[in-house]
Design a protein around this ligand. Sequence first.
Ligand code: SAM
Length: 239
Amino acid sequence: MAELPVPGDSRRVAGMFGRVAGSYDLLNHLLSAGLDIAWRRAMVRALLAPGLPPGPVLDLAAGTLDVSVMLSRLGRRAIVAVDPCLPMLQAGRSKIGSGPGAAIHPVLGDGLRLPLPDASVAGATIAFGIRNIRPRPDAFAELARVVKPGGRLVVLEFGTGKRRLWGGLYNFYLRSVLPKIGKLVSGDDEAYLYLAETIREFPDEGTLAEEMRLAGFQEVSYRAMTGGIVFLHAGVKAV
Ligand SMILES: C[S@@+](CC[C@H](N)C(=O)[O-])C[C@H]1O[C@@H](n2cnc3c(N)ncnc32)[C@H](O)[C@@H]1O
């Protein structure tokens, strides 16, 4: 088999997501037994908690726009949805305007070079996206550049699976079950092997929190969801 794409190789990673864009939503719900919806909702609520400054929000690595749509319905603010993969954004287009909510503006772009001015958004979300962007400190620095002082960053990402309670079962699922179901439904084995590999390599929650602090976010906190399968990090851009 050809080598898996390396996180940070934006062109190859986006190409890979492009091949699974049509089955991405179905697989997300299937592989997480529907939990992905609750995980994203918790992240959106954390972003919109009282104290968020006025103004638009950024949904980075927006993919098929599930987070953007939730933000639009719950937050009633304009949303800039940035992703380098056109087929993913296109797969989400039909979700825009299908109900009440604020405007969503999908934009092709890379997390390392955001097409936004300094201090232009009240807050930013990134769900299951930070794993794909390297160097990660540069991605956090770019997010810190565009978020207003006092604004918020929330990050949703899989845990490393190294916790004792879940470790064995979770790793078996990641390495053996998930790539097989992924290939069966999407026809692409690379994308779901890449998912397992990038989750395995991802730093632990404490390291991620420290990276956010170093980029200029304060009051950084995190919490485990579903026994540490997923972590939600939040921080406030220093004033
Ligand atoms: C697993 S999907 C997550 C999509 C969506 N946020 C969700 O919750 O379903 C990861 C997304 O990261 C995007 N991505 C990959 N490299 C990126 C980069 N350098 N900058 C921004 N997004 C990137 C991919 O195109 C893909 O849409």
